[in-house]
Design a protein around this ligand. Structure first.
Ligand SMILES: Cc1cc2nc3c(=O)[nH]c(=O)nc-3n(C[C@H](O)[C@H](O)[C@H](O)COP(=O)(O)OP(=O)(O)OC[C@H]3O[C@@H](n4cnc5c(N)ncnc54)[C@H](O)[C@@H]3O)c2cc1C
Length: 436
């Protein structure tokens, strides 16, 4: 088989966005390999569906995610309009549940402005203002982000796949990448089920929860390990959805592990959910139970490098959390109790049924630290993106433009021919420069 010029592993929102920009900017044989039968079957559909504005992202420590999230807001807004996709600007209140959180609310306001949000898009509210805006929500104050929007990222990814296909990209679904054979000038990609190897001149790994494992196969990123946390949500019964009409988040109590704090979500189709808890599970696709097979659990525990996991025993935030919250957070009663801190009227019986559960693959370094930004790893024929976590769905078209531009500038795509300036619903040059 003639080698593909570029193969992208993973048809999630990131791999699909990268494929769109590659097809739009370069001439060549470009393929996306996806193990499922369709795109966005994992985290890119099992998320909370919020287009996050970057008021809560530290402009220095989370620079790339903050910039991507800022740049992508306008991109998704115009895209949703053009493709007739749901776009519901429900807005977000991030509430101070303790008096000491008010300082952070002020900080968020300044971060938002520093990250490029307009002064009219953010407002600091007193406890009284919160009550006026959302009569059933309580807090010492809040920041109101007036342009946070609810969308359906599964629909966004499917639509973007069609756009990538019209740029000449091929999506090969049902191909589960199992291993590699490295040649001098290319890679042979070996499907897990056997069959013909797939030759590629250059590989971009966007395999989400499997991305670190794939990088390890090529002996890259071996200083990192990852842990999987399932975030579970509960859907609120219809008659109680009036309790809040906006997304309600709370100021993170564990700033190092912000994905654990409870929130109330208004979905694009009007459903309300509360969550998440964070259950440690054995794999990125463990949506029920703790592990799919006992072997999977053992494999995860002893996966290399073990020393990173041992170093976690010195991470105070992690230990405190493991001690206090994990076991109790699994219960429906505990989930309701956590939400009562900001919606006191909420009762456990209002939680009608389990909502969507998604798994976060969190990368940990040698010191047992949870890495916050995405990690890029570079090999002779490959480039890998791992730890691409929230707000990754929001930022994906901007992150992907920045990545494709960077790969082009560093000659990693020199075997492809650049297309003449082409039209797109987005402006490649402006966006990629905005991030860099
Ligand atoms: C609970 C939860 C809520 C979230 N909420 C939000 C939110 O509201 N807003 C936001 O911006 N972000 C949110 N995020 C983060 C966001 O969803 C992710 O950053 C984003 O979806 C990651 O996209 P991805 O393409 O990297 O990964 P994925 O969507 O997981 O895609 C990776 C793809 O690779 C494929 N794959 C893996 N291994 C192989 C292999 N060996 N061979 C072939 N294919 C393979 C998988 O099948 C999958 O389709 C949330 C995350 C979680 C966990």
């Amino acid at each position: 088989m003639e080698p593909w010029d570029v193969v992208i592993i993973g048809g999630g929102i990131l791999g699909t966005s990268v494929s769109y920009w590659l097809g739009n900017q370069y001439k060549g044989r470009i393929a996306v390999l996806e193990r499922e039968q369709d795109v966005a079957m994992h985290t890119s559909r099992r998320n909370t569906g919020v287009v996050h504005r970057p008021f809560y992202l530290d402009p220095v420590k989370r620079r790339i995610f903050a910039r991507c999230s800022q740049a992508a807001y306008g991109m998704w807004k115009s895209y949703a309009k053009e493709r007739n996709l749901a776009w519901d600007p429900v807005t977000t209140l991030e509430v101070a549940t303790r008096p000491e959180d008010l300082k952070r609310i002020e900080k968020y306001y300044h971060w938002g402005i520093e990250n490029g949000m307009g002064e009219d898009e953010l407002e600091v509210l007193s406890a009284e203002d919160v009550r006026k805006l959302e009569p059933h929500v309580r807090g010492y104050g809040a920041i109101w982000s007036k342009t946070d929007t609810s969308v359906d990222y599964h629909a966004f990814t499917k639509s973007l796949r069609a756009d990538a296909e019209s740029e000449g990209v091929k999506f090969l679904t049902g191909v589960d990448v199992g291993s590699f054979k490295v040649d001098r000038d290319s890679l042979q990609i070996l499907p897990r089920s056997g069959g013909e190897p797939i030759p590629a001149r250059f590989l971009i790994n966007c395999a989400g929860g499997s991305s670190l494992r794939i990088a390890h196969m090529l002996r890259l990123g071996t200083e990192y390990c990852d842990l999987n946390f399932r975030g579970e949500y509960w859907e609120i019964a219809d008659e109680w959805t009036y309790l809040a009409t906006r997304n309600i988040y709370t100021v993170a109590q564990h700033p190092e592990l912000p994905f654990l704090d409870p929130h109330w979500i208004v979905r694009a189709d009007g459903r309300r959910e509360i969550g998440p808890n964070a259950v440690p599970v054995a794999g990125p696709y463990t949506y029920h139970g703790f592990f799919r097979t006992p072997a999977e659990a053992v494999k995860k525990i002893f996966e290399q490098p073990i020393s990173n996991k041992l170093a976690l025993l010195y991470n105070r935030d992690f230990l405190e959390l493991a001690g206090q919250e994990w076991l109790s957070s699994i219960s429906k009663g505990e989930m309701a109790r956590r939400a009562q801190e900001f919606i006191p009227e909420l009762k456990v019986e209002y939680l009608a049924r389990p909502g969507i559960a998604g798994v976060r693959a969190q990368v940990i370094d040698r010191r047992g630290n949870f890495i916050k930004e995405a990690i890029e790893l570079e090999g002779p024929h490959s480039y890998h993106i791992t730890n691409y976590n929230s707000p990754g769905a929001t930022g994906s078209p901007a992150f992907a433009a920045w990545l494709v531009n960077k790969l082009g500038q560093s000659d990693r795509l020199s075997h492809l021919r650049r297309r003449m300036v082409r039209g797109s619903f987005w402006d490649f040059k402006t966006i990629s420069e905005q991030i860099g």
